[in-house]
Design a protein around this ligand. Sequence first.
Ligand code: PGA
Ligand code: ZN
Length: 444
Amino acid sequence: MERYLPIRKVYAREVLDSRGNPTVEVEVTVGEGVVGRDGYTGRAIVPSGASTGKFEALELRDREKRYQGLGVQKAVGNVNVKLAEAVLGENALDQSQIDQLILEADGTENKEHLGANATLGVSLAVADAAAKALRLPLYQYLGGCITDRMPVPMMNILNGGKHADNTVDFQEFMIMPVGACCFKEGLRMCGETYQKLKEILKNRNLSTGVGDEGGFAPDVKDAREIFELMSLAVREAGYEPGKEISFAMDAAASELYLEKENAYYFPGESSMKGEKVIRTAEEMVEYYEKLAGEYPLISIEDGLWEDDWSGWRLMTEKLGGRVQLVGDDLFVTNVKRIRRGICEKAGNAVLIKVNQIGTLTEAIAAVRMTQKSGWNAVISHRSGESEDTFIADLAVAMGAGQIKTGAPCRGERTAKYNRLLAIEDRLGSHALYLVNRLENNYTK
Ligand code: PGA
Ligand code: ZN
């Protein structure tokens, strides 16, 4: 590394996320230390999940009276003392070395000593500060000079599961503007569909209140009813389902899985239908096959629970040729688990959440492993988010081709979409908006 950009200051504070729960914000100041110069300050606010995978890196919470135990003063303290000590004076331009020092300071496999919310905050803020010091937009600092690929949004317009208090058991129903010519037009198509869906729900006296990720959260019967509503909204917005806008879902099946029954329980569907609805892994796969046959459903995330490797192999065998099967809780942005998935043909795409693993270098390694194996990487937010837009730049930098960052509603979600609009503007005629290999196969 030719240039040396020392880290001068590391400072964390407790702030609020989009659910009103505490989270960690980190500021990192870098500079050459010339008298009279202030240097450059990068910042990052760490996101937080609700349907967290059990193999994720540890999110450190205070477990004290304040904030119902959810305070992050310990993680903040770990940044201000131990992590500051580890990286002060080090070269902010050498991200992998910084992350190595962070890993050593923590010294555990899953960041349980300092907390992944502490380590990630420092890791991301260092990258942001370095980009600012070099006067480069973050996506270009991370991705290099030929960074040009805009992601297709996976826009969550209907929320259920742990993200809403309705009868929808699957967590997320999304639309993907696969027929758009560019990100900006794709965003418009989704925005229009979202507003149509609102009208349709209102006309049927269904709730138009929104869930954690900004999608509507009505009490409806089952996935079929939702896909019918979505198809109608797409058509009424003037688009053709499957041609211009396709569907995706996150089953978040780990949340439905009952270990003692070795099956998936659907409480909402059960209450709406007045009978107990429970499905085995095989029945889940058959259910998805039917849904993908009836609707333009091109991507299913966490279709089965997080440690059911044989179930995932079966699902991939049956569906992997025509549907993108994304592992979120299954892979937890962890190269060891991703490698296993690739070897065992369990899934064919990986959801990337930076706080599942706890440093930028490790998250990028997960993307690289995924892409080099011919799989798709989807850069993702968490259900607990903030105004931080790091993942928008990361999606472009990695050429991921897909981003999952909620509805076109709620500031913490639109912050990412608005940042992507600015990036696409800046790229101008160089911007590429391509649907991924898998989507290409399944848009027909
Ligand atoms: P989470 O949800 O952030 O609550 O884990 C997002 C997802 O499951 O993809
Ligand atoms: Zn998920």
